[in-house]
Design a protein around this ligand. Structure first.
Ligand SMILES: *Cc1c(COP(=O)(O)O)cnc(C)c1O
Length: 454
């Protein structure tokens, strides 16, 4: 056996003690969210009906570091610190001088990065005396993460799952039920919103959100929970980047470029923020690439405007790149990337030119994912397949240029529940759905009235 290291692992005692808050390091003043009625900056009061105070404090925290509660770290210990791999076999397969590293979040019980925030959210809700969390899930990953977190922290969990996914992904549902969650096929007959939408039997994320929010709004012991986009969710995910920083130091290398896939932006934010902070402080020069689906190209084709964070228009107005809150992306297999907007903190970094965005169609993403699976063994989720595509392109560009380049990408989850997508790719029936400029323009015409962002 050679003495070449493949996995860089940290001991449990090196699990981060704090989350990294990027807000105080961002250039300029943060652009505030707005109350959609008054168009005044939204304050804690606007969020209080659905979020506990501790999470609201995290949402607006001016502190560069936020302490991770001990009980949350105890739960993180079940799978954290996660491994950082050097993809030596992929490097050989690509015949590239580049060094490729990836940070693997698929080792969590739910199979993705999402429990990093689900556990923190369940903990703060429990502390606030909340009995039950309710949420929506599309592809099933967020619902699984929250069901897992609630089961460990002693909360009830109710998930409204988009009808079409409920039918196509029965095992995601079984997984949530195994952790004790109640899963409703949405539209359901348990809410007014669901009953009014029985004419749309396959459901939509918008309908599922309406059902979940209705349940939370009607019961003071029930809160709603969001799995991406908001500042506190990105904050929780920074355990990923802090560990990766330490692990890259173990490997004795400095990444030239850090890459991740972007749906609402949380796994990418969590990976890059600790690296971005060093760049903003002049301590490093690193490039950052966010990879999104060509069918839902928020960062590469959207407009930088105030828009609702959800499909039905219940959140404060968030400053972000958006395709329009009621834009319905075509049904690509990377369900976790089909979101009309992106985390405001990530959007600000794109606006500043610190983060670059690229869009990839499904077939090139799956081609890279299969190449990765056949060299590194792990079958990636369709979402991080986009990050792998970008990493492979960087490695091939390094070969072209004949230069060593250190590439780090986030492998946000495994694809074990997504084999239908691999079936379609392998059978050659996967379609590269066109993004419709006209549909986007129509959705942009329905953006809420709000000032332009300076
Ligand atoms: C949900 C999900 C995503 C997309 O969400 P982000 O908030 O952009 O991270 C990406 N990868 C996996 C595995 C997911 O489950």
């Amino acid at each position: 056996m050679s003495d070449e290291t493949v996995k860089y692992t940290l001991p449990e005692r090196e699990l981060p003690t704090h989350w990294v808050n990027i807000i105080p390091d961002l250039p300029g003043d943060p652009v505030p969210p707005l109350n959609p009625q008054t168009l005044e900056p939204a304050g804690p009061a606007d969020l209080a009906p659905i979020f506990p105070e501790a999470l609201i404090r995290q949402e607006v925290s001016p502190e560069p570091l936020v302490e991770i509660p001990d009980e949350v770290r105890e739960v993180y210990k079940l799978w954290r610190p996660t491994p950082l791999y050097r993809a030596r076999r992929l490097e050989k397969a690509l015949d590239t001088p580049a060094h490729i590293y990836f940070k693997y979040e698929g080792v969590s019980p739910a199979g993705s990065h999402k429990p990093n925030s689900a556990v923190a959210q369940a903990y703060e809700n429990k502390q606030a005396g909340i009995k039950r969390l309710v949420t929506e899930t599309g592809a099933g990953q967020w619902g699984s993460a929250l069901a897992f977190a609630c089961s460990l922290l002693g909360l009830e969990c109710v998930v409204y799952m988009v009808g079409a996914s409920y039918d196509q992904k029965p095992y995601r549902r079984s997984m949530m039920q195994t952790w004790g969650a109640t899963v409703h096929r949405s539209p359901s007959d348990t809410t007014d919103a669901g009953r009014s939408q029985q004419g749309h039997p396959t459901g939509s994320l918008g309908i599922a959100i309406s059902e979940a929010v209705e349940v939370a709004a009607k019961d003071p012991e029930t809160n709603y929970s969001l799995g991406s986009v908001l500042n506190h969710v990105c904050l929780h995910q920074t355990v990923i980047g802090q560990e990766a920083l330490a692990q890259m130091q173990m490997a004795g290398e400095e990444p030239d470029v850090v890459i991740g896939c972007v749906g609402g932006g949380s796994n990418f934010a969590g990976l890059i923020f600790p690296f971005v902070r060093r760049v903003l402080r002049g301590e490093a020069k690193t490039r950052f690439i966010g990879a999104e689906p060509a069918a839902c190209p928020t960062l590469t084709r959207g407009v930088y405007r105030y828009d609702f964070g959800d499909t039905v228009g219940m959140t404060p107005l968030l400053p972000m790149y958006t395709l329009g809150h009621d834009f319905v992306p075509p049904p690509v297999h990377a369900g976790g990337l089909r979101y009309h907007g992106d985390a405001p903190l990530l959007c600000a970094l794109v606006k500043e030119g610190i983060v670059e965005a690229r869009a990839y169609a499904q077939n090139p993403a799956f081609e890279a994912a299969v190449r990765f699976a056949r060299s590194e063994g792990i079958v990636p989720g369709p979402e991080p397949a986009h990050a792998i595509r970008a990493a492979v392109d960087e490695a091939l560009a390094a070969r072209e240029a004949g230069e060593k380049r250190v590439i780090l990408f986030g492998l946000s989850g495994h694809g074990h529940f997504d084999m239908a997508a691999y079936d379609a790719y392998l059978a050659g029936t996967l379609e590269d759905v066109e993004f419709s400029e006209a549909d986007m323009q129509a959705a942009l015409d329905r953006l809420p009235d709000a000032p332009a962002i300076a």
